[in-house]
Design a protein around this ligand. Structure first.
Ligand code: DX5
Ligand code: ZN
Length: 226
C-alpha cells in the first residue's frame, strides 16, 4: 500500500471550539484529506456534540470535504438539515437502524457520499448486504461517544476481515478506523487494511502544532507502507 493512499481525517471533536475555524484551516494547510465531524445526540451515545450550525459555519472556511459521523438515534430526521449546512459525506451506524438501506438510498438521493459504521461488538458480517451500496466503511476502534479513549486492539482482526470483504465485494470502497488513533496504533490499523484514519486528540490535542502532529502520524504510517 502506498503512503499517499492512506488518508488523514482530523476529527474536530478534540479541537478547541473557541478556535475551531483556525484549527480546521491548520489541518487543511497541513494536507488533511477531509474534516471529520462527530454528531452526538445524548441518546444513541451518552454525550452531546455538534449540530448542523457548526457545519454551516465551517463550510465557507475550507474546500475540504466535511464528513459527518452521525451518532444519533434517527439519522434520517437530520439528513436534510446537514445536507443544507454543507455536509459532503454521511457516516451512519448499522446499530439501531432498522432501515439502513433506506437511509443509504436517501443519502444517495441527496447526491452525497454514504458510509456505514460498525461498533466494536458488531461483527463484520453485517456489512455483506450493504457493502455494494456504500462508498466507505468505518470500523469503530473505540466505543462511540467520546474522544481521548484507548484504541481497542480486539478490533484489528475485524479490520482485516472487512478489508478482505471489500476486496471481494466492493473494491475501491474506503476502509476507515475511528478512535484512539495515534502514532502507535495508526500503523497497526494500516497494516490491517485501513486506508482512512480518523484522529482527534492525536491531531488537535497534541502538545504540538496540528501540522507537526499530522506529520508525526504520517511518519508512523510510512513504516508499514512501501
Ligand atoms: C468517537 C468519535 C471519534 C473521536 C475520536 O465517538 O467518533 O471521531 O473524535 O477521537 P480520538 O481520536 O481522540 O479517539
Ligand atoms: Zn467519529
Amino acid at each position: 500500500m502506498q503512503n499517499d493512499v492512506v488518508k488523514l481525517a482530523p476529527s474536530i471533536l478534540a479541537a478547541n471550539f473557541a478556535r475551531l475555524g483556525a484549527h480546521v484551516a491548520e489541518a487543511d494547510l497541513a494536507g488533511a484529506d477531509r474534516i471529520h465531524v462527530d454528531v452526538m445526540d445524548g441518546h444513541f451515545v451518552p454525550n452531546i456534540a455538534i449540530g448542523a450550525p457548526i457545519v454551516q459555519s465551517l463550510r465557507p472556511l475550507t474546500q475540504l470535504k466535511l464528513e459527518t459521523h452521525l451518532m444519533i438515534s434517527d439519522p434520517d430526521v437530520f439528513l436534510d438539515e446537514f445536507d443544507r449546512a454543507g455536509s459532503d459525506t454521511f457516516l451512519v451506524h448499522w446499530e439501531g437502524n432498522n432501515n439502513l438501506h433506506r437511509t443509504v438510498q436517501r443519502i444517495r438521493s441527496l447526491g452525497k457520499r454514504a458510509g456505514v459504521v460498525i461498533n466494536p461488538a458488531t461483527p463484520a458480517d453485517v456489512l455483506v448486504e450493504i457493502l455494494p451500496d456504500v462508498d466507505q466503511v468505518l470500523v469503530m476502534t473505540v466505543n462511540p461517544g467520546f474522544g481521548h479513549q484507548h484504541f481497542l486492539h480486539s478490533t484489528l482482526p475485524k479490520v482485516r476481515r472487512v478489508a478482505e470483504m471489500i476486496r471481494q465485494i466492493k473494491p475501491g470502497c474506503e476502509l476507515a478506523v475511528d478512535g484512539g488513533i495515534d502514532e502507535t496504533t495508526a500503523p497497526l490499523a494500516v497494516d490491517a487494511g485501513a486506508n482512512v484514519l480518523v484522529a482527534g486528540s492525536s491531531i488537535f490535542a497534541a502538545n504540538e502544532s496540528v501540522a507537526a502532529a499530522m506529520d508525526r502520524l504520517r511518519a508512523a504510517i510510512s513504516r508499514v507502507v512501501s
